[in-house]
Structure formats: structure tokens, C-alpha cells
Design a protein around this ligand. Structure first.
Ligand code: PFF
Length: 452
């Protein structure tokens, strides 16, 4: 990101750098923490199939649309809309994205904080010799407390702010290029251990055998929200990153590659988690704590588990960090470009505001657990509102913008890099952007809200 485009903006220097940054944003806690627990909550196999369908039919088109808007607009999420649709209200999609970014950062950092705590506990070998019930108990007593989880959350937020502030994203890219393949390798090893545990078969059946009788509009919405959350789409993170992509890179290829990598890792995490859930007699629907109670059990059953546990939680924390920087960047790019704040001021303001909300998220597992709206505590409420409502709504408006508002010749221009590349399947893409994606998102979203 050292080179500057003609407007003096940062831009990614290589195709590989872009794929790494976008994949770094997509691959994170969403794949390894959120995906398994949402699958568990939503009944397993049928959810997985619907999720995969949503990734292909809706996820890739929305991701591509965000890249198109960002690269054409050459601005942050809000500014790009202002430039491409001057005098119109489309910039409100960017405003919504900024609101979603705050919400996600607030609860994301809670879980990232837990991950950091588990790094230290792995070093200390705290899970050694513990039974499954004791590991559960350990998690229970940790995450319902106030001080430790808050401390870790603030540490994680400071790390995110520091990276955004000091602009060492290039360094991050350099490391993630090497580290993320390690994470995949580790997941493969864990998946092998998990599927060879006695009683693992039930977990594989749970994950891969669809039972459509359990599918209702809530499950559809959960799959939609998870697909959007996992791909980092619907709130302008990839509009912002798209604005740093250089003119000769192939947006179509990048979108497909990033979506494939993201989906592969989520599925792999599922294969690592569910056989173990059943082998250890745990509850697949136990919620946000799922991986923190399952994974230490798997490590206990692995030769070299001590080492694996440390490495895994460190890599997970790094994956979380490369995602959280993309969330914070949405806000910081807006504040610096639209409100002319310095990068330092913008980062500081954004992180303090997010930390303020974040405290309530973390405390909602203990001190504030009785503060609920419709059975959801603050954490659940923010997650639901951002992931299942704001991201799909943002995605809906983004595909409508590219499908209907932008000239199709401009869309083609962006996809083909001004006619240099051959654009395959353009008509099919436009058909999806105009009709299929908006209709499908609208139906799932509004049906589950009881609006239609
Ligand atoms: N996609 C990230 C993950 O799976 O962990 C989370 C995320 C990042 C969501 C950026 C939204 C976003 F804009």
C-alpha cells in the first residue's frame, strides 16, 4: 500500500496484496467462532446448504458490487456514493454502513478479547487434564466476569487502532500471507483429529445431512446474515477496500477467490468443531461460547496439543485483527475524507466510541445479562441488528444501486478495466444484480421481519 494513486490515496500494490487484504477482512471470527455456533443454533445440514447457496447467488454479486462502487468512486463508503450519485440520497447506504461498523466492532472485540485470554491460558497450559465439564466451567466463570474480559477487549481494540493509526497495513499483509495458510493447515489437522474421535459420526451427520423440516424464515435470515457477515459485505468495508484497488486488477476474479477461500475455511471449521461437539457430548446449540468450550477438548486429545492450542489461538487472534482493521477503516476513511480529520484524531474518536458500546457487549454476559430486549441481551441485540438486518439491507441497496442506478456500460467498464479484460457472464451477472439478488434478499429479510 505504499504507492499512491493519482489522487494521493493509498492503494494496494499487488494483486496478491489485494486478495490478502480482502481475504484478511473476510476470514476471521466470523468463520471460526460465528459460523459453527450459528450452524449449531440453526439445526445443521440444511442451514449449511442454504448458506452455500446464498454465498454464490448473493454474496459474490454483492462483493463485486462493492468493489465496483469503491473503485469507481475512489472514496470511502459514503463518499463513493456521493460521487457516483451526486445530489441523491444514496450516500445514506454509507451512513448505515458506518453505524453497522460501530456495532460490529463493539461485539467483535468482545470475542476477540476472549480469544486473547485463551492465548494466555494456552501458554499457561490451563486446560491440561481438565474434563469437558471443567473446561465448560472455566469458560463460564471467565466470560461472565467483568474485569478480565473488559481488559482483553480494550487490549484488542488498542491493537486494531494502532494498526490503522500507524498505517502498517503493508506489514500486516506481509505476515498474514504467511500466517493464514498456517491457520488452514492447523484447521485441517484439527478436523482430522475431530473426525477420528469416537462418536464423531453424529457430528458429520449433523453438519452435512440436511433436515429441511427445521427450516423457517428465522433460519433463512440467519444464513443470510452469516453469509454477509462472513464475507464482510453490506456495510462498505469492501467499498473502502475497493477504492484502494488499482485500475488494472480483475474485480471478478478477486471476488470469486476471496469468497471461495472464506467459505472453505468456514466449512473446515465446521468439520473441526461438530464431530468433537458430539464426541464430547456437548450441545451444538450452546451459542457464542461454542468454540471456547469445544476447542480445548480437541487439543486435549491431540499429541502436541499444548503447542497446537497456543498456535491456534494466536492465529485466530491475528485473523480477528485483520478483520477488525477493515471494520475500523470504514469509519476512519469516512472521518478523514469527508470531515477532514487527521488520521490520528479519526482513529482515536472512532475507537473510543466503539469501545464505549463494546463495554456493554462484554458485560452483557455477566453483570448486564438481565438487560434484554425480546430475549436478546445487548451483545445478541447488536449482533442481530448489524449482521441480520443492517448488512442484508445494505447489500440489498448496493445491488440495486449497481443493477439499476449505475449505467450498465459503466458497470461493464469497471469489470473489464475499460475494455481490456473479457467479461464472461456479464448478462447473467446483470440479471442477478437487477432481479435475483434484490428479490431474494428482500424476501428473506422482510419475510422474517413479518413485513411480507
Ligand atoms: N468477515 C469478518 C469475519 O468473518 O470475521 C467480520 C467482518 C469484517 C464483518 C468486516 C463485516 C465487515 F465489514
Amino acid at each position: 500500500m505504499a504507492k499512491f494513486s493519482d489522487e494521493g490515496r493509498d492503494s494496494f500494490t499487488s494483486k496478491f496484496g489485494i486478495v490478502c487484504a480482502a481475504a484478511g477482512s473476510a476470514i476471521g471470527l466470523g468463520n471460526i467462532w460465528r459460523f459453527p455456533y450459528v450452524v449449531g443454533d440453526s439445526g445443521g445440514g440444511a442451514f449449511l446448504l442454504i448458506y452455500l447457496g446464498f454465498i454464490v447467488l448473493l454474496g459474490i454479486p454483492v462483493m463485486l458490487s462493492e468493489f465496483i462502487i469503491g473503485r469507481r468512486g475512489q472514496r470511502n463508503a459514503l463518499g463513493s456514493f456521493k460521487r457516483l450519485a451526486p445530489g441523491k440520497s444514496w450516500y445514506l447506504v454509507g451512513v448505515m454502513g458506518i453505524v453497522a461498523a460501530f456495532m460490529i466492532l463493539a461485539f467483535y472485540s468482545t470475542i476477540a478479547g476472549w480469544t486473547l485470554h485463551y492465548v494466555i491460558q494456552s501458554f499457561a497450559n490451563s486446560f491440561a487434564g481438565k474434563t469437558s465439564a471443567e473446561i465448560n466451567q472455566f469458560f463460564e466463570s471467565f466470560h461472565t466476569r467483568a474485569l478480565m474480559p473488559l481488559l482483553w477487549q480494550l487490549i484488542f481494540m488498542s491493537m486494531t487502532a494502532w494498526i490503522i493509526f500507524s498505517g502498517v497495513k503493508k506489514g500486516i499483509e506481509k505476515y498474514t500471507k504467511v500466517l493464514m495458510p498456517f491457520l488452514v493447515l492447523l484447521l485441517v489437522i484439527m478436523a482430522i483429529r475431530s473426525v477420528t474421535l469416537p462418536g464423531a459420526k453424529d457430528g458429520l451427520l449433523f453438519l452435512f445431512k440436511p433436515d429441511f423440516s427445521a427450516v423457517d424464515s428465522g433460519v433463512l435470515l440467519a444464513a443470510l446474515g452469516q453469509a454477509f457477515f462472513s464475507l464482510s459485505i453490506g456495510m462498505g468495508a469492501l467499498i473502502t477496500y475497493g477504492s484502494y484497488i488499482r485500475k488494472h486488477n480483475n474485480l471478478g476474479n478477486i471476488s470469486v477467490q476471496v469468497s471461495l477461500a472464506d467459505t472453505m475455511i468456514a466449512t473446515l471449521a465446521g468439520v473441526a468443531i461438530f464431530p468433537a461437539v458430539f464426541a464430547f457430548g456437548l450441545d451444538p446449540a450452546e451459542g457464542p461460547g461454542l468454540i471456547f468450550t469445544v476447542l480445548p477438548n480437541i487439543f486435549q486429545q491431540m499429541p502436541g496439543g499444548y503447542f497446537f492450542s497456543i498456535t491456534f489461538f494466536v492465529l485466530l487472534a491475528i485473523a480477528a485483527l485483520t478483520s477488525s482493521i477493515s471494520i475500523l477503516e470504514v469509519v476512519v476513511a469516512y472521518l478523514t475524507e469527508e470531515l477532514n480529520l487527521t488520521r490520528r484524531k479519526a482513529t482515536l474518536m472512532a475507537i473510543i466510541a466503539a469501545a464505549f458500546v463494546g463495554v456493554f457487549c462484554t458485560l452483557s454476559f455477566g453483570t448486564l445479562k438481565n438487560v434484554t430486549i425480546k430475549e436478546l441481551h445487548i451483545f445478541g441485540m447488536l449482533d442481530f441488528t448489524a449482521s441480520n438486518l443492517l448488512l442484508p439491507l445494505g447489500g440489498l441497496l448496493i445491488v440495486i444501486f449497481v443493477g439499476w442506478y449505475m449505467k450498465s456500460s459503466d458497470v461493464k467498464d469497471e469489470l473489464s478495466n475499460k475494455g481490456v479484460l473479457k467479461v464472461k457472464l456479464f448478462d447473467i451477472l446483470m440479471f442477478i444484480l437487477k432481479f435475483i439478488a434484490p428479490l431474494a434478499i428482500a424476501i428473506v429479510l422482510f419475510d422474517s421481519l413479518g413485513i411480507i
